[in-house]
Design a protein around this ligand. Structure first.
Ligand code: GTP
Ligand code: PEP
Length: 215
């Protein structure tokens, strides 16, 4: 009898800061568009993740009703942020993901990847299934854009600042993959936004970016 191998699927946890505190490094350049930009980049990140065939669900963790409503409308499962910092928020999202589907792998994805391509995320998630714990460094090779664990493995995210070094020293496997620029291109500055634009922005961010880049 023919046996069909079932590849594990993923729950992807996306943390979204309260808008009043979001995208502060872009405050000068974005002016009145700062909050709209934060919602737009999170929307494009979540929509692209949901379009990836290996993603079974996206769990958004936020304390803010505005992104909560926008991201739920895209199909995300939204849980409340206990407001004890980024890694605590991610752990809450991961616990929810395990409640929803204990047999799925769990990943954390930064919310500021407005050029994210589902095909590139699929490459990352396929590679990540080969290791108990793994991560993708950001484009600057200082931070982290994705961290994930196989089903049943403890989820121990160490995001914040120079998180690449912390994920490495904690024993997570760095996924050194070609052809995943959109997964690594987080946006914290105007230069980052220009680079994301060059990769191709998602439909929400493409509406806002011209107000910031060509004001
Ligand atoms: N739910 C939640 N998400 C957070 C928290 N802190 C940061 N994040 C998210 O974590 C990712 C990285 O955030 P940061 O780079 O620290 O913040 P940012 O708003 O993108 O930019 P800056 O204000 O310029 O630092 C983004 O997806 C944020 O929305 C938190 O306390 N709770
Ligand atoms: C939180 C992080 O990123 P950034 O502050 O650069 O968005 C990180 O890379 O761990």
């Amino acid at each position: 009898m023919l046996k069909v191998m079932q590849l594990a699927r993923w729950s992807i946890v996306v943390p979204v800061k309260t808008l009043i505190r979001a995208k502060t490094r872009l405050a000068g350049a974005a002016g009145p568009y700062r909050a709209d930009l934060a919602v737009a980049v999170a929307s494009d990140t979540v929509a692209a993740a949901l379009a990836c065939p290996l993603v079974a669900r996206v769990v958004v963790v936020t304390a803010d009703p505005v992104p909560a409503e926008r991201l739920a409308a895209l199909g995300a499962h939204v849980v409340n942020d206990p407001d004890r910092g980024l890694n605590a928020a991610l752990r809450v999202g991961a616990a929810e993901a395990v409640q929803l589907a204990a047999g799925d792998a769990v990943g954390a994805l930064q919310a500021d990847l407005p050029a994210l391509r589902p095909r590139e995320l699929e490459r990352v998630l396929t590679a990540a299934l080969e290791f108990d714990e793994s991560f993708v460094p950001d484009a600057a090779e200082v931070g982290t854009t994705f961290y994930g664990v196989r089903p049943g493995i403890a989820f121990r995210p160490r995001f914040g600042g120079e998180s690449r070094a912390r994920h490495l020293s904690g024993g997570a496997k760095e996924l050194a993959l070609e052809a995943i620029p959109s997964v690594r291109r987080d946006v914290d500055t105007v230069e980052d936004l220009k680079e994301a634009e060059a990769l191709g922005l998602g439909p929400a961010t493409i509406q806002i970016a011209p107000h910031i880049l060509r004001a």
